[in-house]
Design a binder for this molecule. Structure first.
Ligand SMILES: [Zn+2]
Ligand SMILES: [Zn+2]
Length: 244
């Protein structure tokens, strides 16, 4: 339990770091974040299809839970919240109502809860899976904190509120890991199936569209870099940590 809480805490710190970048850094220095979005998308999709889905398929109706996870994120990020997308918020006109910022926080909060669920469920099944899913989460965490802080600022909230929103995402990640710890060992496949659906949504429906919108072959190629990174990490981890 301490292991996955530690990994969740590192991921949570990245949310905060991303939020601090928005209020502190000079805009020019933020371009590299797009490469984390692209590599994260590749890594997350590989982890979801190659490891999370096969592993969760051991519980009955696993793929129904994958579907619920997928559309759960869609519901909270894109229908409950009036305006949300990954990356720097450049549409303040869409966030005129300050409540829009809080609703985006609620939407992204549901997703970050499942970042923690994925980490804990992974560790409960096999340490190698836990480490892999931690990397998948970590790769998109800094851009995630960046996103929510920039949404809050665009919605007219203070810098303190923007950093606070990043911190809330971090706390929710730890909470997700903590709650998953109470799931019975034989039911952990359901937690993994739900978070696989969430991971697929975030990677394929939140991150990839940002990569394609921003354009540029270098950025698009970085998605494949994420796949290669996954292959290397998976290959290094499997003999080291046993099982799978
Ligand atoms: Zn926008
Ligand atoms: Zn996330």
């Amino acid at each position: 339990m301490l292991t996955y809480l530690a990994f969740a805490a590192v991921a949570a710190a990245a949310d905060l770091a991303g939020a601090l970048l928005v209020v502190r850094a000079h805009r020019k220095g933020l371009a590299p974040l797009r490469y984390f979005v692209a590599a994260g998308a590749g890594f997350m999709l590989a982890a979801a299809f190659v490891r999370m889905l096969p592993e969760s398929a051991q519980v009955p109706h696993a793929f129904l839970f994958v579907l619920v996870g997928y559309f759960g994120v869609h519901l909270f990020e894109h229908t409950v919240a009036p305006h949300f997308h990954f990356g720097e918020e450049v549409h303040p006109e869409a966030l005129l109502d300050p409540a829009a910022g809080y609703l985006a926080l609620l939407g992204l909060g549901v997703h970050t809860l499942f970042d923690g669920v994925a980490i804990a469920a992974g560790f409960m099944i096999a340490p190698s899976l836990g480490v892999l899913l931690s990397i998948a989460v970590f790769l998109h965490k800094v851009p995630e904190g960046f996103t929510i802080a920039s949404v809050m600022l665009a919605g007219g909230h203070s810098r303190a509120a923007a950093v606070g929103a990043g911190a809330i995402l971090g706390v929710l990640t730890i909470a997700g890991a903590l709650v998953t710890g109470f799931v019975a060992e034989r039911h952990v496949g359901y937690a993994l199936a739900l978070s696989a659906g969430v991971t697929i949504y975030v990677a394929a429906s939140d991150l990839i569209p940002e990569v394609n919108r921003e354009g540029g072959p270098a950025l698009a190629w970085t998605v494949f870099g994420g796949l290669v990174l996954f292959a290397v990490a998976d290959w290094l981890l499997s003999p080291l940590l046993g099982a799978h």
